[in-house]
Design a protein around this ligand. Structure first.
Ligand SMILES: [Zn+2]
Ligand SMILES: [Zn+2]
Length: 487
């Protein structure tokens, strides 16, 4: 899958040998640079055409891993240190502070709820970071907690299972094979279950066991195992697979050197995690009301969230090897975001047929348009649909307001008139691509293709267009959720 796509020397443009080629022509096979490809647009779809023969130009794709993981990791520490990232981190710290405070100041049985919520918030954010990074996002943004089970409960469960692997085998060894007496510290730990939230350790008498090499081997094995288990969890795989050592070893072997590099980065971050806890203890000691707790939470969150980012980078680069997302998501244009610099005239038939409509037709058109406006105003769906279906001339459609196209599109979907819905929704987006209706119309259009017409490919191409054309809108977030996880 990776072999034929990766070329040691990138292709050069046939007309401009000094420029790198980002596309190749399906017709004349020429490698093309941004100056040799023209963008043509028809309705909501863009076409690229070869500047030499007008054939279809397609992007030259390369695998993401052509930029080695080690290179990607170099700037990774910056991840939370952006204005948005710091704001998100402060918000999460606040929520975790509230949960920890609630867990600490309630009775034993009531501690359960805030502890679970805190865990959900923490692990929800953790897996959100892994997945967002794996999608190619390089700035920490707000996790989505809109669905309690998927965004909170399930991450908390997976996080617990994962981290339990780190300490439970060692603990079982100490308790049952070494006969370590920990009854007193265990009681203390059980009365403070919030220690899970950011991985604090119970106050145990470590002097009895710290020199035991077998314990260290068990802990080391857990530390080597945990990152892969967490990757499985982030990739939405089952808890059973997380606990299956054969699957974990097999995946680690496939990732090879990159898994070792990831382990190295995580080891550095573990040192940062310990330092974070030391600093947090110092901030706690200052005993400033609220601020101490908030500051401590903030400092202890930095290392785990950076760890999530590191895991996300591994998944971004090599996730296809462990079955995450679709293999095509890992291919990207060789020139990155570079766009063709030539814009070709529109392919619309209307623009090459400038004939005036006959006067009687234009008189009846005016009437139809007025009647349509009235029908939309009166929310009379069936009348609006009948009138709209009679208008076929693109220039006439252009005289209708985008909101009216959208109204007709929604009404046609509701009545099962899908061809009419497609026409209205495409036109809604086309007459005012920067208006507020355009992205809503396109999302609805994609849903018609996905859910009613059973054309998932077309739906996906429209969702991708929405994500690219209308970033940071409700429409693009909706579209992103409906695309496969890594695209
Ligand atoms: Zn060509
Ligand atoms: Zn060129």
């Amino acid at each position: 899958m990776r072999g034929p796509l990766e070329k040691t020397t990138p292709a050069r443009c046939r007309s401009h040998p000094e420029a790198g080629a980002g596309w190749s022509c399906n017709n004349c096979q020429a490698p093309l640079c941004p100056d040799c490809v023209a963008v043509r647009r028809s309705m909501s779809t863009e076409y690229l055409s070869c500047g030499l023969c007008q054939g279809q130009a397609v992007p030259i794709l390369v695998h993401r891993s052509r930029i080695p993981l080690a290179t990607q990791l170099r700037g990774a520490w910056r991840y939370p240190f952006t204005p948005t990232g710091l704001a998100v981190l402060a918000g999460l710290s606040f929520l975790l502070t509230v949960c920890r405070w609630a867990a600490a100041s309630t009775f034993l049985l009531l501690k359960f709820m805030p502890t679970v919520i805190g865990l959900g918030i923490f692990w929800g954010a953790f897996f959100h970071i892994v997945r967002a990074t794996a999608r190619g996002e390089r700035e920490l943004d707000t996790p989505d907690y809109s669905e309690v089970f998927t965004d909170c409960v399930s991450p908390a469960m997976r996080g617990l299972v994962g981290t339990t692997l780190l300490w439970l085998p060692g603990l079982l060894y100490l308790l049952f094979i070494k006969g370590w007496d920990v009854s007193k510290p265990m009681d203390e730990m059980l009365s403070n279950p919030a220690f899970y939230v950011s991985g604090g350790l119970p106050q145990l008498d470590w002097s009895q066991v710290v020199g035991d090499p077998i314990l260290w081997l068990i802990v080391l094995a857990g530390a080597l195992y945990l990152p892969m288990a967490l990757l499985f969890a982030a990739a939405g795989q089952s808890v059973l697979r997380m606990l299956n050592p054969v699957a974990v070893l097999f995946a680690a072997r496939r990732l090879g050197r990159d898994y070792l590099i990831t382990l190295g980065a995580l080891a550095v971050l573990t040192v940062a995690l310990v330092l974070g806890h030391v600093v947090a203890a110092g901030i706690h000691a200052l005993e400033l009301p609220l601020l101490s707790r908030l500051g401590a939470e903030f400092v202890t969150c930095l290392a785990p969230f950076l760890m999530a980012h590191v895991l996300g980078l591994l998944l971004y680069n090599r996730g296809d090897e462990i079955g995450y997302g679709s293999p095509t998501d890992y291919l990207e244009p060789v020139l990155g975001d570079a766009r063709p610099r030539v814009a070709a005239p529109s392919l619309r038939p209307a623009s090459i047929a400038p004939a005036e409509p006959p006067p009687e037709a234009s008189a009846s058109l005016t009437e139809t348009l007025a009647a349509l406006t009235q029908a939309v105003g009166a929310q009379d769906a069936s009348k609006a649909l009948t009138l709209y279906a009679d208008i076929s001339e693109p220039r006439s459609l252009k005289q209708i307001e985008p909101a009216h196209h959208l109204f007709v599109g929604q009404a046609a979907v509701a009545q099962g008139q899908y061809p009419l819905a497609i026409k209205a929704l495409e036109t809604a987006a086309d007459v005012a691509p920067d208006g507020p209706e355009a992205s809503r119309a396109l999302v609805l259009l994609a849903r018609v293709f996905a859910e009613r017409m059973k054309e998932p490919e077309r739906a996906a191409s429209i969702y991708r267009y929405v994500v690219h054309r209308y970033p940071n809108t409700d429409a693009s977030r909706f579209a992103q959720r409906h695309l496969s996880p890594t695209s």
